[in-house]
Design a binder for this molecule. Sequence first.
Ligand SMILES: NC(=O)c1ccc[n+]([C@@H]2O[C@H](COP(=O)([O-])OP(=O)(O)OC[C@H]3O[C@@H](n4cnc5c(N)ncnc54)[C@H](OP(=O)(O)O)[C@@H]3O)[C@@H](O)[C@H]2O)c1
Length: 252
Amino acid sequence: MTDMNGKVALVTGASRGIGAATARAFAEAGAKVALVARSGDAIAEIAGEIGPDAAIAIPCDISRYWEVRAAIDACVKTFGGLDVLVNNAGVIEPISHLATSDPDGWGQAIDINLKGVFHGMRAAIPVMRETGGGTILTISSGAAHRPIEAWSHYCASKAGVAMLTRCADEEERGNGLRVMGLSPGTVATEMQREIKASGVNPVSELDWSDHIPPEWPARALLWLCGPDGDAYLGEEISLRDEEIRRRIGLSQ
Ligand SMILES: NC(=O)c1ccc[n+]([C@@H]2O[C@H](COP(=O)([O-])OP(=O)(O)OC[C@H]3O[C@@H](n4cnc5c(N)ncnc54)[C@H](OP(=O)(O)O)[C@@H]3O)[C@@H](O)[C@H]2O)c1
């Protein structure tokens, strides 16, 4: 396991699912963790379980730049720095065909999934540059690279995030920043419940047992923070890839 002692990580979307598992995994590896999400009670509870010296909860809507900036400032003030930003928060709703989609809802998904990641990068990069480096991780998806029915907002936002990841690497690798993406495959979280409930497209027809547990992407994100991640700067790794799973220690 990557040793995160002395490191500080901020995880967005830490109130449940992949983000909550990631906050716990990073804390177990020794990191101080800042948990960010809109549900203040949920992140406060998880931070309390992790322990008051090791975790803080920062309620924040990542679609608003000033809130993200304030969250990163609060993290730096509390723990003295920022070594890792996990840009995990995201939404799948509103699931809808383009022809009938609600323009405001479509835009809100872009504000969270794409602009929210930009907001995290924009606020974190100057802080990381000042301290000589850091790691920025984004969560990609198969939907970044192929169209899926009724997910135009999600596909477009994840395609944008994949390119943002490459742009951030292009500009910041020389400044000591490590920027990478993780495509987890399908994960047993609230997001998959919403997808199942929609009844639209083949993803909604998957069995619950087809999904991997959120602890797997959490371990992969932790692994990317270690030296093994250096081979993937500016790229994304896929947890569907057996070789990657083996390297991370998720399979034999
Ligand atoms: N599950 C999958 O199969 C799958 C596959 C590929 C990629 N992903 C990606 O993995 C990431 C995590 O998804 P998940 O499956 O763990 O979903 P989830 O269980 O629905 O969790 C989503 C998280 O994002 C947070 N969030 C949503 N909007 C936010 C906002 N405006 N500001 C701050 N936080 C916000 C939610 O917290 P609040 O509601 O409390 O704000 C929650 O903590 C997403 O980027 C998703 O696209 C998931």
